[in-house]
Design a protein around this ligand. Structure first.
Ligand SMILES: [Zn+2]
Length: 317
C-alpha cells in the first residue's frame, strides 16, 4: 500500500551492542556501569550525528561525512561546522504492529500495520520539516518488533517523547473517532509492580550521576523521573486532544488511560494515538486516504510543537 524503505544496516547497532563494542570511547571508570542511554545523552551531538544517521534524521543539524560504524580503537570526533549547539530533542515514532502482526483488519480488508506505518512516515516528514527535532522510528518497514523492544529502542536512543500510532478495532463497529492513551499511574497490575521493582533497583535512570547513591536515594530519583514522565505523557495527551479538537473527529472523553505495554517507559513521556478505528467503515475509508493521514499527522505535529514549547518540558532525553 505504501512504499517503504529498507531498514538501513546499522539501525540496531546501538540497540544490540554495548557502546565500546562499536568503537565508542567509554571512560574506564564508567565501563560496565555507564548505560548506553547515558552515553547517548553525554555525547548526543557527536554520537547521534554519526551512528544514528540515517535512521535518526534531523533537519538543520551539522552534516557529517560518514554514517559508517567505527571499527578502530581511536575515536576522532567528527568535524562540526558552525557553532556548537545542544542536540535537538529526539521524537521516537512507533507505528503499531508490523510483519506477522497485521494489527486490526478493516471492514474492507485494510491492515492497521500499513496505515500506522504510512501515517508515522508522514508525521516524520512533517516533524523534520520544522527543523526542531530529530526523529527516529521503531520500524520503517513491514517487520515485527516486540513491544518491549519498542520501548527499549526509545530508551537507548535517548528519546524525549514516544508516540505510538495505531488504528485498532472495537467490538462496536459504530464507534468512530480518534483518541489518545496514556499509561495508568501506579501498580495497576502485577506486571507493572514487577516492572517498578526492577526499575527502582536499576542504575539506568540517572546514568553516572546516580552511581554511588544509596538505594533510598536511587529510589527517590527513580520515582521523580517516573513522575516527570507521567506528567509529560498527560501533557502531551492534552496537546493532542486540543489540537485534534478542531480538525479531527474525536471519541467522547478522548484522553483515556490504559495499561498498554508499549507505554510503560518510566523515563520517557509516552502516548498512544488511535487515529481512528479499523472497525468503523468511515474511519477505515478516511485512513486509507493519504490526504486524511496528512491531516492527522499535521494535527499531531502541532501537538508536538505545543508540547515542546510549553513551560516545564525539558529537552533532555
Ligand atoms: Zn494497534
Amino acid at each position: 500500500m505504501t512504499p517503504v524503505s529498507e531498514k538501513p544496516p546499522g539501525f540496531f547497532l546501538m540497540a544490540e551492542q554495548p557502546a565500546h563494542a562499536v568503537g565508542l570511547y567509554v571512560p574506564e571508570a564508567a565501563q560496565g556501569v555507564c548505560n548506553r542511554r547515558s552515553l547517548l545523552i553525554a555525547g548526543a551531538g557527536l554520537i547521534t550525528g554519526s551512528l544514528l544517521t540515517p535512521q535518526v534524521q534531523a533537519a538543520g543539524t551539522a552534516h557529517h561525512t560518514t554514517g559508517q560504524a567505527i571499527t578502530g580503537q581511536t575515536l576522532h570526533a567528527p568535524a562540526i561546522i558552525g557553532k556548537a549547539r545542544p542536540a535537538l530533542p529526539l521524537v521516537m515514532l512507533d507505528p503499531g504492529h508490523g510483519g506477522k502482526d497485521p494489527g486490526a483488519i478493516g471492514y474492507t480488508g485494510t491492515y492497521e500495520k500499513y496505515v500506522a506505518e504510512a501515517a508515522a512516515i508522514e508525521l516524520r516528514q512533517q516533524l523534520l520539516a520544522t527543523g526542531r527535532y530529530r526523529v527516529a522510528m521503531t520500524r520503517t518497514s513491514d517487520h515485527f518488533v516486540p513491544l518491549d523492544g519498542r520501548v527499549e529502542l526509545a530508551q537507548q536512543h535517548g528519546a524525549s517523547l514516544f508516540i505510538s500510532m495505531h488504528a485498532d478495532a472495537l467490538h462496536n463497529a459504530g464507534v468512530r473517532g480518534a483518541s489518545v492513551y496514556t499509561h495508568s499511574h501506579g501498580a495497576s497490575d502485577s506486571q507493572t509492580a514487577d516492572l517498578a521493582k526492577t526499575e527502582n533497583s536499576a542504575d539506568r535512570y540517572g546514568g553516572p550521576l546516580v552511581q554511588g547513591a544509596s538505594p533510598e536515594v536511587q529510589q527517590i530519583l527513580a520515582s521523580l523521573v517516573t513522575e516527570e514522565a507521567r506528567r509529560g505523557s498527560a501533557h502531551m495527551a492534552s496537546a493532542v486532544v486540543a489540537t485534534f479538537q478542531s480538525r479531527i473527529n474525536l471519541l467522547p472523553h478522548p484522553h483515556r488511560h490504559a495499561a498498554f505495554a508499549v507505554l510503560k517507559s518510566a523515563q520517557i513521556p509516552s502516548v498512544l494515538v488511535e487515529m481512528g478505528f479499523m472497525s468503523n467503515r468511515m474511519d477505515e475509508a478516511a485512513l486509507r486516504q493519504a490526504g486524511h493521514r496528512a491531516m492527522v499527522a499535521g494535527a499531531m505535529c502541532t501537538a508536538v510543537n505545543r508540547y515542546f514549547t510549553s513551560a516545564g518540558v525539558g529537552l533532555a532525553g
